[in-house]
Design a protein around this ligand. Structure first.
Ligand SMILES: Cc1cc2nc3c(=O)[nH]c(=O)nc-3n(C[C@H](O)[C@H](O)[C@H](O)COP(=O)(O)O)c2cc1C
Length: 178
């Protein structure tokens, strides 16, 4: 096998975790939605999720101040809106209006759910110890919603620089893993 050195700046695209998500935040009458792909599960129940959010993003300030957000999971049908929300700043525009995303009230947090997403996870920030060093927020999912009509959502998985893998077929194997 002919190996070649691969740029460290592209490594994340090889290891990219779960689906690209739309994180919504709200604080004192302001709301925002941003695209995020750097997240990982930390625990089963209550579900804990680590998210890396740059402090250059408008959402960062809203998340830090409100300590709440919603992780909305879009499928491939929303791909253009997902890229749009990842390339514009909510400091200047209302991205819900710009990209035609419908905010719905959440039950336990102030940030909105996105109606067009097949799953939404209402989250509270439970650990901020790594925020200043890595922009890493530990979130607890306090309420989860799914659209039962969506059976096999074709989620987006970021491979870097505008490339996305789209989830395909599901296979089932015997496993003791939860
Ligand atoms: C596919 C994709 C994945 C992204 N993942 C992240 C991420 O994990 N963390 C992050 O801080 N920004 C990420 N971004 C960039 C933000 O979405 C982008 O900076 C956005 O404009 C922030 O919006 P805001 O300023 O309204 O918060 C991603 C963008 C795209 C297109």
């Amino acid at each position: 096998m002919a190996r070649r050195s691969y740029p460290l700046s592209k490594v994340y695209g090889l290891l990219e975790p779960g689906p690209v998500v739309l994180v919504t935040t709200a604080h004192r009458g302001r709301r925002d939605v941003m695209t995020l792909s750097w997240h990982m599960m930390l625990d089963f129940e209550p579900p804990l999720v680590a998210c890396v959010m740059s402090d250059r993003n408008h959402s960062f300030a809203l998340l830090k101040a409100s300590k709440e957000c919603v992780i909305n999971i879009p499928a491939v049908e929303l791909a253009e809106k997902v890229v749009g929300c990842g390339n514009t700043s909510g400091a200047k525009i209302d991205k819900f209006t710009r990209f035609g995303l419908t905010p719905l009230p959440a039950s336990k947090v102030g940030a909105p759910l996105i109606a067009e997403c097949h799953a939404s996870l209402e989250c509270r920030v439970v650990d901020t110890r790594m925020v200043s060093k890595y922009g890493l927020f530990v979130l607890e999912v306090v309420q989860a919603w799914i659209d039962p009509a969506v059976k096999n959502p074709r989620t987006l998985h970021h491979r870097g620089y505008g490339s996305f893998m789209v989830a395909g077929k599901t296979i089932k194997l015997k496993s003791k893993m939860k």
